[in-house]
Ligand binder design. Structure first.
Ligand SMILES: [Zn+2]
Length: 459
């Protein structure tokens, strides 16, 4: 029944309309014929329109995006209007000649002269068909919203924060209204804050090991439902830490033992040393992205209880933050910043969960080999890699000291070990602080007690 019309069809509307209008007036018998004619010309489908975000509050600066699509006759025009009381204003008005199958437009409410309070936003998209006497099919999206022009305010309650490079700090802050997003921004990293039962917000944030102390300028950040943002200063002391250099000799025996596990990858690369370099350069990056993605699966409050534990009777074989240089016959072949601690004991030694938490990853993970990740809440996660066996499954709740697996040589482990790492919001941080009961008490636990304890019950 449908006739595909060229997009240029619109140009002939004027005369067509005149003739049809004349016919319409002339005889009611013609009416049926006219209706049939229009059915033929009709692109029966309405355009698809999508407005995002679909918020019920907006600020003047909040950017909105509209996408509109009509695969048959294309989008001919798009309008956005706002209505508040008796006032009505155009925010956006676009026409497309010729019509386009898909359009995307962005707009803000700046210049709309809206006042704070309720208003209605309407998006209308018209397609290029001759339906509705040439006007085209129309789709409308109407959204009632509140214009909120008052940014939230944020105030740090914890007075000073001493962070050592690679380490973590806790800031507790309060905001004066509901916020949809808050936390600490460090460079291009965002550490989310979590609302506590007491009403205050708590955010663990890091001084990334790869950042200069001079460049380290953490800021509090809050955003309300309308998209109003506020950035807040808080007192920080950044203390530089020196990291080591570690050289790891890659032997032919090592390559012969480890590479078969990666036989399916990079089949075009035959040379064992080149294969090792590919794994270090490419597979490690993919695996790190997987680990960073686990950060979203975190509890809003601490699950840990007291100092974290590490594998008993173990020795440190590789340190955090080390510039690790892999050599083959004495020549450098690859370089990596080692963002965990390698702990070795007897082969297949039992590896305990460092603290209470919930398993969010359990299984093989490329260069990390058999891996377990436990979430401890507020973005804090512990990782156990290079395991020979895994004793837990995703979703398991573990207590401090529970068995998560056994040490091994899976992945690219230099020897039988566990590569242990602590992550905050998906970024590795130095584990020793979490093992240190005094550090934890002074920097985390005491602050929670003092600045984010629930209000005392009324007597
Ligand atoms: Zn390691």
């Amino acid at each position: 029944m449908r006739i595909k019309k060229p997009f240029k069809g619109r140009r002939s509307i004027g005369p067509l309309f005149t003739i049809l209008a004349g016919l319409l007036l002339a005889s009611p018998f013609v009416l049926a014929g006219v209706a049939g004619y229009y059915l033929f010309l009709k692109d029966a489908k309405k355009p698809q329109v999508n407005l995002s975000p679909q918020a019920d509050a907006a600020s003047l600066k909040r950017p909105f995006t509209i996408t509109a699509a009509d695969e048959e006759s294309g989008i001919r025009s798009l309008t956005v209007t706002v209505t508040q009381g008796q006032r009505r204003a155009d925010v956006l008005r676009r026409t497309y000649d010729p019509p386009r199958p898909e359009v995307t437009e962005r707009f803000t409410l700046e210049g709309s002269e809206l006042r704070g309070g309720a208003f209605e936003l309407q998006v209308a998209a018209y397609d290029g068909s001759l339906a509705n006497l040439g006007a085209g099919n129309t789709s409308r999206v109407t959204q009632r919203m509140l214009l909120d022009m008052v940014p939230p305010s944020v105030k740090a309650l914890t007075p000073a924060h001493y962070l050592r490079q690679g380490g973590v700090g806790l800031v507790i802050y309060e905001v004066n209204k509901d916020v949809t997003r808050s936390g600490v921004v460090v460079g291009d990293v965002f550490y989310p804050g979590y609302k506590q039962k007491s009403g205050q917000y708590a955010c663990l944030f890091a001084f990334p090991q790869g950042m200069d102390a001079d460049a380290y300028k953490p800021r509090l950040f809050v955003e309300d439902a309308a998209g109003n943002e506020k950035t807040g200063f808080f007192v920080n002391m950044a203390i530089k830490r020196r990291f080591r250099e570690e050289r790891v000799e890659v032997s032919d025996e090592f390559l012969a033992a480890r590479l078969p596990a990666f036989a399916g990858l990079y089949p075009e690369v035959r040379d064992p040393v080149e294969r090792f370099k590919m794994l270090e350069a490419q597979l490690r990056r993919q695996n790190d992205a997987t680990l960073a993605g686990l950060a979203a699966q975190t509890a809003a409050a601490p699950l840990w209880d007291g100092a974290f534990v590490y594998m008993p009777r173990s020795v440190v074989r590789g340190s955090f933050g080390a510039d690790r240089i892999y050599t083959y016959k004495g020549q450098e072949i690859a370089r990596e910043t080692h963002l965990g601690i390698d702990l070795a004991s007897v082969p297949k030694a039992s590896v305990p969960a460092a603290n209470n938490g919930k398993v969010v990853f359990a299984g093989p993970l490329g260069v990390y080999g058999n891996t377990v990740v436990v979430d401890h809440g507020m973005g804090v996660q512990s990782l156990y890699a290079n395991l020979s066996s895994v004793a837990v499954a995703v979703g398991d709740e573990v207590k401090k000291g529970d068995l998560v697996g056994a040490t091994g040589t899976s992945g690219l482990a230099p020897g039988d070990q566990v590569h242990f790492a602590m992550y905050l919001a998906g970024h590795p941080v130095i584990p020793i602080e979490w093992w240190d009961g005094h550090w934890l008490e002074d920097n985390i636990t005491a602050k929670f007690k003092r600045y984010a304890s629930p209000p005392a019950p009324e007597s």
